[in-house]
Write a protein that binds this ligand. Structure first.
Ligand code: UFG
Length: 281
């Protein structure tokens, strides 16, 4: 779309959505819009249900009314909860530990129901693992307002002196160095995963499918900090604290299904993610 035509609409503003869909014919929608702070969702569950769920229902209704029935939705690995084993495959049991996670879970179910009710719909649910990094141009990246919830933006803010130290939440997990293990994925790989998903929607008879977007590799908090220190040449002071409530020990993706069916595989590792995430630190 021509950047001149970019427009910003709150998905809860259904008349505005209607107007947009009446003025432009869309073939497909990639739906990323949602609040994503776990802690905030515990404090303000209704805000999360209102924004994430009602926004999505409005979007699906308006899409349907305008005959636009192809959707890629940003779900999350949070739906695996504390997985009993790793790597997580798409058929693992699902659960939610907080209202944010529940919105992802509910929206997945809503999408499945909508698709079942009308087979003109084609839906791909993408379960993101831990996105980090920035576009190499430095124009697009992460610079959250307030205190960052997530590891990498927090590390970046320590590196530039905005915060005195990183608090490491728990070093008594059963992992190689005792800290939590996650599957960090470069945002550029994540973006490519969406293109692959769109291609799949256009090229196949997909009904409603779900794919993990991760690298398949687990990295501890301390390994991530070391990679960032190497990339930035700065030391990150650490304070070891207790576990963060609701945190799982080890979460990483099985990437087989996405590789097989989307023909997509992450190209970058943490050594490419850390320099990228410095650009905006
Ligand atoms: N961590 C710290 N200190 C911090 C922040 C995080 O030690 O200041 C640790 C966490 O305990 C965890 C790891 O770093 O072991 C990653 O934590 P993040 O908050 O960056 O990511 P999470 O895995 O907890 O959650 C993220 C997203 C969720 C998403 C989930 C999917 O924030 O939206 O991944 O697994 F649902």
């Amino acid at each position: 779309m021509d950047p001149e035509q970019l427009c910003f609409i709150d998905l809860r503003d259904k008349p505005a959505l209607e107007k947009l869909f009446s003025s432009t014919k869309f073939d497909a929608v990639i739906h990323f819009a949602g609040l994503k702070a776990v802690g905030e969702s515990v404090q303000k569950p209704l805000l999360y249900y209102n924004n994430n769920i009602i926004g999505t229902v409005n979007l699906l209704e308006v899409m349907s009314a305008h005959g636009c029935k192809m959707l890629v939705f940003s779900s999350s690995a949070t739906v695996y909860g504390w997985p009993e084993e790793v790597p997580c495959t798409e058929d693992f049991p699902l659960s939610a530990a907080n209202p944010y996670g529940r919105t992802k879970l509910f929206i997945e179910e809503i999408c499945r129901d909508v698709q079942k009710s009308d087979d003109e719909w084609k839906v791909i649910l993408l379960r993101y693992f831990n996105p980090v990094g920035a576009h190499p141009s430095g124009h697009i990246g992460e610079d959250p307002r307030g205190v960052p919830n997530n590891l990498m933006p927090y590390v970046q803010q320590v590196a530039v002196g905005r915060r005195p130290h990183l608090t490491v939440y728990g070093n008594d997990y059963k992992t190689k160095d005792g800290t939590g293990v996650r599957d960090y994925i470069h945002v550029v790989d994540l973006a490519d995963g969406h293109i692959a998903a769109l291609k799949k929607l256009f090229d196949s008879k997909t009904a409603c499918e779900v794919y993990n977007l991760g690298t398949g590799k687990g990295t501890t908090v301390l390994e991530m900090v070391a990679a960032f220190e190497k990339a930035s040449g700065k030391q990150i002071p650490l304070v070891i604290a207790g576990r963060r409530p609701g945190d799982a020990e080890t979460v990483y993706a099985s990437t087989e299904k996405a590789e097989r069916e989307l023909n997509w595989k992450a190209k970058y590792g943490i050594d490419e993610m850390c320099p990228g995430s410095m650009e905006l630190g």
